[in-house]
Design a protein around this ligand. Structure first.
Ligand SMILES: [Zn+2]
Length: 75
């Protein structure tokens, strides 16, 4: 994960806001919500596929409910 401000990878977990993990950059103190490219360890390509093809999510063991929650984070 990178700071969107200074691109530092020196990130600490901050509070959780609205159910999403909030992070803070140690270098510039910028606060930000976890960015989806680093969440859950899935690749962007896989996420795009999941947004288009929910059945593919079932194949990689994401439950439909998790899929909806997950999708709501990105849309
Ligand atoms: Zn920063």
């Amino acid at each position: 994960m990178q700071c969107p401000e200074c691109k530092s990878t020196h990130i600490r977990k901050n509070s959780i806001k609205k159910g999403k993990q909030n992070h803070i950059c140690v270098d510039c103190c910028r606060q930000f919500i976890e960015q989806y490219e680093s969440s859950k360890g899935y690749s962007d390509e896989m996420k795009r596929d999941c947004l288009n093809f929910p059945t593919q999510c079932l194949i990689i063991h994401i439950s439909p409910i998790n899929f909806l929650i997950w999708r709501s984070l990105f849309l």
